[in-house]
Design a protein around this ligand. Sequence first.
Ligand code: C2O
Length: 559
Amino acid sequence: AVVEHTFNVGNLSISQLCEQAMIITAVNGRLPGPTIKVREGDTVVVHLVNESPHNMTIHWHGVFQRGSPWADGPSMVTQCPVMPGCNYTYRFNVTGQEGTLWWHAHISFLRATVYGALVIRPRGGAASYPFSPKPHREEVLLLGEWWNANVYDLERTAFLSGNITGPANAYTINGKPGDPYSNCSAADQTYKFHVRRNEKYLLRIINAALNTPMFLRVANHRFTVVAADAAYTTPYETDVVVVAPGQTVDALMAAAGAAPGRYYMVATPYDSAVGGTPPFNPATARAVVEYAGAAGDETPQLPPPTQNNDTATAFRFLSNLTALVLPGKPTVPLSVDTRMFVTVGLGNGDCQPKQTLCNTTDGTRPRIFSSSMNNASFLLPDAGSPSMLQAHYDGNASGVYTRDFPDRPPVIFDYTADASDTDELKYTTKSTKVRTLRYNETVEMVLQNTRLIAKESHPMHLHGFNFFVLAQGFGNYDEAAAAPGFKFNLVNPQERNTVAVPTGGWAVIRFVANNPGMWFMHCHFDAHLDLGLGMVFEVQDGPTVETSVPPPPLDLPHC
Ligand code: C2O
C-alpha cells in the first residue's frame, strides 16, 4: 500500500512552561508532529511544504532507504535543503524492518520541534507480532526537550562560538513537560495515558531529545522490552527503560496497578558526562497513567527516584538486550573485511573562517571547541556546493569531500585516566572526510570514547543500516578481545541503528555494506554533531543493476 501524508512546516502558537511561545517550525501545527503508520513493505509518500523561514529537510531515522538514498534527508549529505516557500516529496519503501522508528528535521537544531513517530507493523498486522501477550492498544511516547530560545539561533551561536549548547529548559513526554508546570495553566501541560485495569499496552518509546539520554519509569509498573530500533529483542523484563537520543524501545506494559488509580510516568535525563560541564538540566518530565474511573484530582503515585548519573543502570539495560533470532532475518557476518578503530569525543580545532568567536587559545593558535572521530572534525559542505550524494553521482568529489577517513591512526593513549589533556591529544582538524566501501564489504568498528575534556556516552547513529552490537564495556578497548569469538556475541547480538557507547568506554559493531549510497554516521547529540562528531560512508554500487542506485529524481532540490 501507499501511505501518503502532507507535512506543512510553519508556525504553532503554544502554551509551554507557563509562557506563551511561538514555534516557527512545527509540522501541521502540532507538537510532536503526526505519526506515520505503515505495514512492512508499504511505500511512504510525504509532501513537505516548507512555509517556515528556515531551510528544511526530513530524515526517516532508521529506514534503510534501499534504492532511494536521496530520500534519507540529512542536509548537504544526501540532498540540498528545501528552501522557504518550496516543496519536495519524499518517496521510499519501508521493507525488511518492523517496530518503531521516527522522523525528524536533519538541519540545524530544527529537530527540536520537527519530529514524530514512524510505526511499522508486520504485513499480517498486530496478529503477527512475534511476542505475547498481544497488546490491547498501542501508545507512542516521544521523549523530547523544550527550549524557550529559538533553536535555530541557538545552533548558530553554538557553531560560531564553539560554546557547547546550554541545557534544555525542560524535558517533555509527547510534547508536554507535566508537573510542576501543570499548576500554572491549563491541565493540558501534562500528557495523560488512559488505561483499563488488566489490559496490556505496547509502548513505542522514542527519544527525540537533542542532547539527553533518558530513563523512563512508571510507578508500580514493569515493562517487557520486545524490540529496539525496529528490531525484535528477546523479551526483557525491567522496571526502567533507557533510551539514548535516536534510539527507540518497544515495551509491553500491563495495567496491573490498583484501580482506579493514577501513576506518574517519569522521564529522567541521564547525565553521562564525567569531568566536564555538560549541557544538562536535572529536571524530569512527567506524564500520568490514569486508570478508568480514577478521580482526576487524586495525586498520582511517584516511582522511586532515579539518579541522573546512574551509569550502572544505563549500562545494564543497554548491554543486556539481545536479538530475537527469527528465520529469514539477517545474522551476524562471521568474517570481516575491514576493521576500524575509531575514537569518538571532544577536542579543540582550528577555527573556520565563519567561526569568528574562537574562544580557546591552547598553544599559540586560536582554537575552537570541536568534536571529532579520530581527531577529524566533520564539516558539512557549504550551501552552494552540491550535496555529497550529488558529488558522488557526478563522480566529482573535488571541493566537496575527500576519501581519506581516517587519515591517520587514532592517537593511542589511556582514554580513561584523568591525566591532564594535552593540546596534541585534543587537537582536531576540520574536514569533510568519507570512507569508501565496496558493495557487500563487511565492516567491524570499535567505537572508543575518549576522556578529552569530558567523558560522555555518545549515541552513535548510522544511516542506511542496522548494525550488530557485538560487545561493549568501560575503559580502553583491549585489542586482545578481538581474538575470534572472544567476548563477542555472535549468536544473538542486538541490532541497532544507534548505539550508546558507554561513558569512558567502547562498543564494537559490525555491518555489511550492502546498501549503495552516502550514509552519515554521527553522534545523535545535536550539540556534538554540529561541532563535528561525524563521518560519512560512501558505499559503491554492486555489480548488477539491482545492486546499483538509480539516479536521483529530477525534482530533488538543487543548491
Ligand atoms: Cu536521527 Cu542523522 O539522524
